[in-house]
Design a protein around this ligand. Structure first.
Ligand code: KG4
Ligand code: ZN
Length: 386
């Protein structure tokens, strides 16, 4: 089965075509095509993702992204006449420019040979989600291909399947991204239970906020981890010691929930205190703060993962989300898996940030559960859960 998926939940406009075979116990995937347009440059000046700008950018880029993505299929099939004009105009009524682009696209593009369409319906920024949903609905109608709504977090968890490894269940899902921090019990694909989640900031969000405090542009997670790593390496070869200490919020709570906003506030107070002494932070001080912040995050994360592993006979840890680009966090999670004698799986770094191949894969897994059909009832749900 070939699936064309669309993802617009945050600041990436993405499309992918994935060929899927096999059953739920042994699914196999081949990514035939993938395309992402990132809006990061546009959002940088706001220090974070600005929803109405995200919506505008998605509406501008979705046709070129999808068009580029399906080129690979080199479709010999026919160009369909543009039908359902009234219905499609209604679907795209909030994006009139998109309607014109969409019409032109359908009138010039052979219908690709795909069996199913999939689109992220949540969680995410609702104005951004709506663009992908409405576009996918219009596409589904114009090309008469069934459309399936997909949970973005299920997509992230599914991203480990891109290389089609065999998964031993139950698995512990560790979702760490700019918008989410969740521990999930996965008894099989399509069977999820949230064990714990953040009560305020997500891990990636806390990295980005600390980065901002230290003067780095959005998204500053990678800079913080780079500075932390510098300090870590220096302290390993010298007697360099840090005298800064940050709290480990909720580390001793019996539940599996997280809280990172207090940690960010502790970093804020520390930077203010230091700035009152030295006017501007030296790069040595920034490295030290980044290091201590990362140690606090990793301490909490390791502790909660350990606690979660004790709740069940987990055979695998599946970690997903943009924060897995962090090498130190990956090493720590691999070490925990090793200590427990279980497998740690991570998607490739390029598949860990928001993308559409993970949405196509989750759609295939979902196709074993639900009837896929043209579904005009799909709505954006910013807080969608499993
Ligand atoms: O999954 P993702 O692309 O978007 C969301 O769905 O949120 O995750 C992006 C997040 C950003 O907060 C970014 O700063 C963070 O992942 N990130 C990192 C690193 N690379 C990306 N955080 C810490 N260390 C990194 N190396
Ligand atoms: Zn995401």
């Amino acid at each position: 089965m070939k699936i064309l998926a669309i993802e617009t939940s945050c600041d990436e406009t993405a499309a992918a075509i994935v060929e899927a075979t096999g059953d739920l116990s042994n699914p196999k995937f081949k990514v035939l095509s993938k395309k992402v347009h990132s809006q990061i440059e546009e959002h940088k000046k706001f220090g974070g993702v600005y929803p109405s700008l995200a919506k505008r950018e998605h509406a501008k880029n979705i046709v070129p992204v999808v068009s580029e993505c399906i080129k690979i299929l080199n479709s010999k099939s026919e160009i369909l006449n543009f039908k359902f004009e009234k219905e499609i105009k209604e679907i795209l009524q909030r994006e009139p420019d998109l309607f014109e682009n969409f019409k032109e696209f359908i009138e010039n593009t052979p219908k690709p040979n795909v069996d199913m369409l999939a689109v992220t319906s949540g969680p995410g920024l609702e104005p951004a989600l709506w663009v992908g949903i409405n576009f996918a609905k219009a596409l589904s109608l114009a090309w008469q291909i069934p459309l399936m709504p997909i949970n973005h977090m299920e997509g992230h968890l599914s991203s480990v399947l891109i290389n089609s490894p065999k998964i031993d269940f139950p698995a512990l899902g560790v979702l760490i991204s700019g918008g989410h921090t969740e521990l999930v019990e996965i008894n099989n694909w399509n069977e999820y239970k949230i064990l714990g989640k953040t009560k305020d900031d997500a891990i990636g969000e806390s990295y980005d906020k600390v980065a901002r405090l230290l003067g780095f542009p959005y998204p500053g997670g990678p800079q913080i981890s780079e500075l932390a790593q510098k300090f870590r390496q220096k302290s390993q070869v010298s007697s360099l010691k840090s005298d800064i200490k940050f709290p480990r919020p909720m580390i001793n709570s019996p539940d599996l929930d997280f809280s990172f906003s207090g940690l960010k506030t502790a970093v804020l107070y520390k930077t203010q205190e230091l700035e009152s002494q030295v006017s501007s932070l030296t790069s040595d001080l920034k490295e030290q703060i980044a290091f201590e912040f990362e140690e606090a995050v990793v301490d909490v994360l390791n502790t909660k993962i350990g606690k979660a592993l004790n709740t069940n006979d987990f055979k695998t840890i599946i970690t997903a989300g943009g924060v897995i680009a962090n090498q130190y966090i990956r090493e720590n999670i691999s070490q925990i898996a090793n200590d427990y004698g279980i497998k740690a799986l991570f998607p490739e770094i390029e598949d860990s940030t928001d993308n559409a191949q993970m949405i196509a894969i989750a759609a295939y897994l979902n196709s074993f559960k639900t009837d896929s059909k043209i579904n005009p009832q799909i709505v954006a749900n910013g807080g969608l859960t499993y």
